[in-house]
Design a protein around this ligand. Structure first.
Ligand SMILES: CC(C)(COP(=O)(O)OP(=O)(O)OC[C@H]1O[C@@H](n2cnc3c(N)ncnc32)[C@H](O)[C@@H]1OP(=O)(O)O)[C@@H](O)C(=O)NCCC(=O)NCCS
Length: 192
């Protein structure tokens, strides 16, 4: 069985969620509910409960093992390398193989931790894994035109704007336009 991916950067530890993380995740979601809601797809019922996340963590593991998604949380890295509190999440989803070899990137950060370069630091560690170990050729990401912070994260990492999609994602009950971007791995050596 493939081992679970875990990453350390200068200021972060990055890993999939486990049962021991549920309480801290609920704290993170509660504290950031108002901040993140305007940027994210509408949430299913029970999203803010422990049983939902216990099931979600089980499902995320299954999805990783059957090559469908990689869902990760950003933990502050404490002295002695301990995992600190959750301060963000990064999801690579909608894995498509065959002649496409592509996935979708989504992310969010604790409101108080923005503007420190942490999302860029995390993605700089993850992208080589997604291209290298997971063997993708293209990572796609989209953002609402007014979300300049998200645009800057992607620009910094080399994502290229490929177009604009009308009425693309349902956010807080409204279909919202998004800018479509991609990062392509020029050194792809897979065998699709
Ligand atoms: C978009 C979002 C993830 C950006 O997170 P972030 O951690 O601030 O992003 P970065 O890691 O790229 O940080 C870069 C900023 O930190 C600053 N910074 C401070 N110290 C830094 C350091 N040591 N290294 C690098 N950048 C640093 C940079 O100047 C930059 O500021 P700017 O964006 O005002 O130019 C965050 O704002 C967020 O969660 N927004 C709401 C949800 C959302 O938009 N999700 C995406 C939907 S498409």
């Amino acid at each position: 069985m493939t081992s679970l991916p875990q990453f350390k950067t200068e200021r972060l530890r990055i890993a999939m969620g486990a049962g021991e993380d549920v309480a801290d995740l609920l704290r993170y979601l509660e504290e950031n509910r108002g901040f993140l809601a305007p940027f994210e797809a509408s949430k299913p019922p029970g999203y803010d409960t422990a049983p939902f996340w216990e099931e979600q963590f089980r499902r995320s593991l299954q999805e990783f093992y059957v090559d469908l998604s990689l869902r990760l949380f950003l933990f502050k890295r404490l002295k002695g390398d301990e995992k600190g509190p959750i301060i963000g999440s990064i999801n690579f989803t909608q894995f498509v193989r065959g002649p496409f070899q592509a996935c979708q990137l989504g992310y969010g950060m604790d409101e108080r931790e923005q503007g420190k370069g942490l999302m860029t630091e995390a993605l700089q560690a993850l992208i080589p894994y997604v291209f290298g170990e997971l063997g993708f050729h293209r990572i796609m990401a989209s953002y609402m035109p007014e979300n300049r912070r998200s645009a800057r994260v992607l620009e910094r990492l080399g994502f290229v704007v490929e177009g604009q999609a009308k009425d693309y994602v349902l956010i807080e009950g409204q279909w919202r336009d998004h800018v479509l971007t991609s990062l392509v791995n020029p050194r792809w050596v897979g065998t699709a």
